[in-house]
Design a protein around this ligand. Structure first.
Ligand code: GDP
Ligand code: IMO
Ligand code: MG
Length: 430
């Protein structure tokens, strides 16, 4: 039952896109199972430079099926734009499937995301969302008033469903937020256009996945976001609105837990986050700025500067436990090449006591002070090194410490954004 998962181990943007691209060579299916176009997965290889938001990175591999699972929320305009960009690079998209059960991001979700963020920012409580309508669409899913892909294909009921939900949304938009209501006719017309554009892609995914699993085909599950943005396990409420941990795969695709053989956690050699919320190892000084500059830490979706800080091994360990991570892919080691001294957080201090876990209360998450273990920098370039033994001694010490502290094997070390600049110690996806 060979399914393999790629899971973000921090606050997203760990380099999942690069890792999926590298390891999907032998994949028969690459599937997304959570999130929407709040994700931005960068791939740089001989075919070009790509930023994926909704479409699984495996689309770049010939004969690989790219599957958008039911747990994903789909903005049809963003989807169409991504398809158009891929076609410009001559990428074949005929092997793409969207689950008929995936929920639709509607214009009112985007509007409500913006209005709610504005309301929260007036009281100093903004989340710093990507503005893609993610919170509102998952709210509708759990409130059981969402529209799904399959609804686009049933014109007899679509208008009625839209009419009912839009009435409720427009009440909220106008009465709660004082915003302009959204026109029913306009929304229906958009749906008809989307139905036309998307019809060929919308299918049941379960038979495809189950047939593939039972015939020994290889499935890669491409996670979006990261453990600390998980709706349950992250820095709530400064999280996204879906589950991002391994557990999300099963509800988000219909694969059962016993199908997943290997869970690869992706972690950066330091830590970043976009948007607001606690971040114990954040560096608001020149060092943080240097990491951001060297690592080109700008959001792939919103172009906001990412906040930067040292590697937080306590958080990484927590992510490993929650997601049952089997091995780690360590990315962006090259970004630390020029530092005299590098730190790793190994404990926190909270109210005068040392603790070795990340607390659940937001107040405590803001108040923990990192306790660092210091490492001497290597002051040498690592980009393009192909063997671990060839890495500078101090870089090896740094990497070995992460491995032993986290208690799982590091299976690859990435030394630049390019596919080929990776030291592959073990290919979990044989
Ligand atoms: P994802 O959301 O996890 O797929 O990550 P993003 O694509 O949003 O952000 C990761 C950024 O780091 C992208 O710009 C990648 O091209 C870049 N990147 C990935 N691996 C490396 C690496 O090893 N070194 C450097 N310098 N950049 C990397
Ligand atoms: P990938 O897959 C980094 C963050 C947003 C914000 C919070 C909530 O590229 O790693 P949302 O729009 O989801 O309601 O925003 O979550 N966020 C991400 N940060 N990488 C991502 O995805 C993210 N997806 C959402 O910045 O703080
Ligand atoms: Mg990203």
């Amino acid at each position: 039952m060979p399914a393999y998962a790629i899971i973000g181990g921090q606050w997203g943007d760990e380099g999942k896109g690069k890792v999926v691209d590298l390891l999907s060579e032998k994949a028969d299916i690459v599937a997304r199972f959570n999130g929407g176009n709040n994700a931005g997965h960068t791939v740089i290889n001989s075919m070009g430079n790509f930023k994926f938001h909704l479409i699984p990175v495996g689309i770049l591999r010939q004969n690989c099926i790219a599957l958008i699972g039911n747990g994903v929320v789909v903005n049809p305009d963003a989807f169409a734009a991504e398809i158009a960009t891929l076609h410009e690079s001559d990428v074949d998209t005929s092997n793409l499937i969207i689950s008929e059960k995936a929920h639709l991001i509607m214009p009112y979700h985007i509007k409500l995301d913006e209005l709610e963020e504005r309301r929260r920012s007036e009281i100093g409580e903004a989340i710093g969302t990507t503005g893609m309508g993610i919170g509102p669409v998952y709210m509708d899913k759990t409130s059981r008033i969402g529209l799904r892909m399959i609804d686009l294909l049933d014109k007899n009921t679509l208008f009625h469903k839209l009419e009912v939900v839009l009435k409720q949304k427009n009440d909220v938009i106008s009465k709660l937020y004082g915003g302009d209501p959204i026109d029913l006719g306009y929304s229906y017309e958009r749906c008809l256009v989307w139905a036309e554009e998307l019809a060929d892609y919308i299918k049941p995914i379960e038979p495809v996945l189950h047939e593939a699993l039972s015939s020994g085909k290889k499935i890669m599950l491409e996670g979006a976001q990261g453990a600390m943005l998980d709706l349950d396990h992250g820095t709530y409420p400064y999280v996204t609105s879906s589950n991002t941990v391994t557990g999300s795969i099963f509800a988000g695709t219909g694969c059962s837990p016993d199908t997943v053989n290997y869970i690869l956690g992706i972690v950066k050699s330091y830590t970043t986050r976009v948007g607001k919320g606690p971040f114990p190892t954040e560096l608001k000084d020149e060092v943080g700025k240097k990491i951001g500059d060297k690592g080109k830490e700008f959001g792939t979706v919103t172009n906001r500067s990412r906040r930067c800080g040292w590697f937080d091994a306590v958080l990484a360990k927590q992510a490993i436990i929650i997601s049952g991570i089997t091995g780690l892919a360590l990315t962006k080691i090259d970004v630390l090449d020029e530092f005299e001294e590098i730190n790793i957080c190994v404990k926190y201090e909270l109210d005068g006591k040392k603790i070795d876990y990340f607390p659940s209360s937001l107040r405590d998450q803001y108040n923990v002070k990192p306790v660092y273990k210091k490492f001497e920098g290597w002051k040498q370039t690592t980009t393009g090194i192909k063997k671990k033994e060839k890495l500078p001694k101090n870089a090896r010490k740094y990497i070995s410490f992460i491995e032993s502290f986290c208690g799982v094997k590091i299976s690859s070390i990435s030394t630049s954004p390019k596919r080929e600049d990776t030291i592959l110690l073990e290919n979990p996806f044989k």
